[in-house]
Design a protein around this ligand. Structure first.
Ligand SMILES: C[S@@+](CC[C@H](N)C(=O)[O-])C[C@H]1O[C@@H](n2cnc3c(N)ncnc32)[C@H](O)[C@@H]1O
Length: 727
């Protein structure tokens, strides 16, 4: 890109931030070698000698970038079309420093061509002028949630979970939330049918700071099914929800155990792994991996699916954990053959045997080979290969190697609960038993269930844990990526690891005055569930924000044991009170931009304005458009409407958008002007995509004014700008 400076045309140079310069220096400083790593994996006989050289060489090369388009968003196909028409077309002949790079291309095995691979190294993508426009697009669309930058192999586990929209899903170790994002999208698959989502996604992480990152990531998807919790997954609490008048243990249709691991599969992205890799890391994580997986297995329903995954190559964290959980669950779980799923994804079978190495790099075939008595006692026996590997079908696990399709490394195993493991499972299979159960049975059953977990708890409390020296800061793209090695386990203990106390989440009564006002003002259809609204009262004493949750999330919030559950966040904000305008409008609440997709089917026409593309352009591109700037029909319609929230229904049939695209926007109708209630990033993204222009910025003085001048028209509009929208 060139621009004028001091009367001359100069080429714009993309400057690196000081942190990035430091990181680049750091990257160069890493020696991409680790003798122990090389020796250990050579010994595993994963490949022929020749292939090992290829594997090892590929590990030393940087990883390509990948991103996926948010499939359930109404605009997913628009985004794909925009990428193809505006970026792929213009990137056919990109040459940087003499190297020609292919344009971004869809990944063959990812459903609906909604995932793209960018072949150039990250450094080229970030800093070459040739990629500047595309990089800018990626950053902007990631910000608004239209795309997610995520490592390719980290996308595999959720795709193998076979999630349906009504499902209750537990993501046990969820932060920073890349896989949770995919899970939430799967639960929202019926959004295209314009049905209200009914499912539940509980995304848990033991690290409070990381669960905040998760909430930040997931906010972009605005799901009423999403709930973030903060527990040690190995001791995730039992919650009873009311089902047909009976208190029933909350079990899940799907559970993901994407456990903390040594992360040596991410070495292409995280060169630090070269320096820090030791066998001790995997050994110290093995037991907690077993414990988390086992708790997940208890919490999955009969017939439900549980997926175990790591970004490690190490059998101690992979097949050994799988074998131990299969042993402890005594036939309740079956390892599933998923070889017919995700055709095109190259995977290799799980190992049936492996060589076990101690922290001191001694290969052993039994713990008795360890001379030091203390080390022998501490060594996790289940790290050794089981004798019955054949009958466990360990080969059904998936190993993904970097040199097979130019990715990171990953391990995934998919299970189904085929036999009862807990009292709740036994209740499920025996109706007779259900009627005969009394309180004592239930207590006894709970103790029995706990016993399974406790059987490994002792070993865990003795196991030394690897601490990740760095805490994720949320600013760092690499850290936000799911496949970053995260060995910062929260040491398992009987107590959960609580963070800051969150404001309570209080369900609202359907007959609440504010809800009645909203219902009649916006003409909400009688079929809209008015009993799924909630307030976060401590945070918001004036009840300025009204949130909405799915039916399943509501049942959790209404559980008698909800206090056991440390909820970090839940609910989508649907309505916000325009504080200063309460006396000047019939209804002081406006529909939030994130509320529109949920409400669009249920709002009657009496607060709607139908507009075409000309009016949309005015609405998006002008900071605070005056009513006379719109077409005569729109002016006439607006003049008939009282002040307050309205919905603009846009006719996009002439916009060359994919079939079935619809568009509704929440707008505030002021005295002489209107203001679209869109996040400034979303507004920019939409305006650029549809009209190729950048919207006028909202003048700063208007933003200031609205805070001090009550009832001022500009103020009304100003008060509804997107800055106000970000919670
Ligand atoms: C591999 S990362 C998860 C990545 C995540 N699934 C994603 O796709 O973005 C492992 C996570 O486990 C969390 N963790 C560590 N020990 C835990 C425990 N005992 N219980 C729950 N979470 C734990 C870490 O804080 C970390 O966020």
């Amino acid at each position: 890109m060139v621009f004028r400076k001091g009367g001359k045309w100069v080429k714009k140079v993309h400057k690196k931030s000081s942190t990035q310069i430091e990181k680049d220096k750091e990257h160069k400083a890493f020696v991409l070698e680790n003798e122990d790593f090389e020796m250990y994996y050579k010994k595993q006989n994963l490949f022929s000698e020749e292939e090992f050289e290829t594997f090892y060489a590929v590990l030393k090369t940087p990883l390509a970038s990948t991103f996926r388009i948010t499939g359930t968003k109404n605009n997913a196909l628009q985004i794909r079309k925009f990428i193809e028409d505006h970026h792929v077309v213009n990137m056919q002949n990109v040459v940087v420093d003499g190297v020609k790079y292919d344009p971004p291309s869809p990944v063959s095995w990812y459903p609906d061509q909604l995932c793209y691979e960018i072949t150039c190294p990250r450094k080229v993508l970030r800093y070459s002028p040739e990629y500047a426009a595309f990089q800018k697009f990626l950053v902007a669309e990631n910000e608004v949630g239209n795309i997610t930058r995520q490592e390719l192999v980290s996308m595999v586990p959720p795709l193998l979970m076979d999630i349906h929209p009504h499902h209750h899903v537990l993501d046990m170790c969820a932060a920073p939330g890349s896989k949770t994002g995919q899970i939430v999208e799967a639960v929202h698959a019926n959004d295209k049918l314009q049905e209200l989502p009914t499912g539940l996604v509980i995304a848990n992480d033991a690290d409070y700071k990381r669960s905040q990152l998760l909430v930040h990531q997931l906010k972009r998807l605005q799901s009423p099914c999403f709930m973030a919790t903060n527990h040690d997954a190995a001791h995730f609490p039992n919650i009873y929800i009311s089902k047909n008048g009976l208190d029933t243990l909350l079990q899940f249709d799907r559970v993901l155990c994407d456990v903390p691991c040594s992360g040596d599969g991410t070495v292409r992205k995280n060169p630090k792994v070269w320096k820090e890799w030791t066998q001790g890391i995997a050994l110290s994580l093995h037991t907690i991996q077993v414990q988390i997986f086992l708790r997940g297995a208890q919490l999955v329903k009969m017939g439900g699916r549980i997926v175990y995954s790591t970004c490690s190559f190490n059998p101690v964290e992979n097949e050994a954990v799988v074998a131990e959980v299969l042993r402890l669950s005594k036939g309740a779980l079956e390892l599933k053959d998923v070889s017919d799923q995700l055709p095109g994804l190259i995977r290799r079978p799980g190992l049936k045997t492996w060589k076990v190495m101690t922290r001191e790099n001694q290969f052993i075939s039994s713990v008795d080979d360890i001379e030091n008595a203390r080390a022998r006692r501490k060594f996790p026996k289940s790290a050794l290969p089981p004798e019955n590997a054949e009958s466990l079908h360990l080969d059904r696990c998936l190993r993904i190697y970097p040199h097979d399709q130019n990715t990171g490394g990953f391990f995934v195993a998919v299970f189904e609960k085929v036999n009862p493991m807990t009292l709740a499972d036994r209740r499920f299979v025996s109706k007779d038993l259900e009627t005969s159960l009394n309180a004592t049975d239930i207590q006894a059953g709970e103790v029995e269930d706990e016993a399974l977990v406790e059987s490994v708890a002792e070993a865990i409390s003795n196991a030394p844990l690897f601490q990740d020296p760095e805490t994720p800061d949320g600013q760092n793209e690499q850290k936000m990526d799911a496949a970053t090695p995260v060995a910062n386990t929260v040491k398992a203990s009987k107590k959960d690891v609580y963070g800051v106390k969150e404001a309570p989440f209080d369900m609202m009564l359907p007959e609440n005055r504010d809800l009645s006002e909203i219902k009649s003002f916006f003409g909400l259809d009688a079929s809209f569930p008015m009993d799924q609204f909630l307030l976060r009262s401590d945070m918001d004493t004036k009840n300025r924000q009204i949130y909405f949750v799915s039916k399943a999330a509501k049942s959790v919030l209404e559980s008698k044991q909800v206090k056991r559950l440390h909820i970090v966040n839940t609910g989508v904000r649907l309505f916000s009170r325009q504080g200063t305008l309460a006396d000047t409008t019939e209804c002081a609440f406006r529909i939030s931009s994130e509320g529109v997709p949920l409400l669009q089917q249920y709002i009657s026409d009496h607060r709607s304005v139908h507009i075409g593309l000309d009016d949309l352009k005015v609405l998006l591109a002008t900071a605070l458009p005056k009513i006379p700037q719109f077409t005569p029909e729109t002016q006439a319609r607006l003049n008939k409407l009282s002040l307050g929230g309205v919905i603009f229904v846009v006719d996009v049939s002439k916009a060359h958008l994919p079939d079935g695209t619809n568009m509704m926007l929440s707008v505030w109708r002021g005295i002489t002007s209107v203001n679209v209630l869109l996040n400034k990033h979303e507004k920019k993204s939409m305006c650029q995509r549809l009209f190729g222009i950048i919207p006028e910025p909202t003048p700063v003085n208007i933003k200031d004014k609205h805070q001090s001048v009550q009832g001022n028209e500009d103020g009304e509009n100003g008060s509804a700008t997107l800055d106000d929208e970000s919670q």
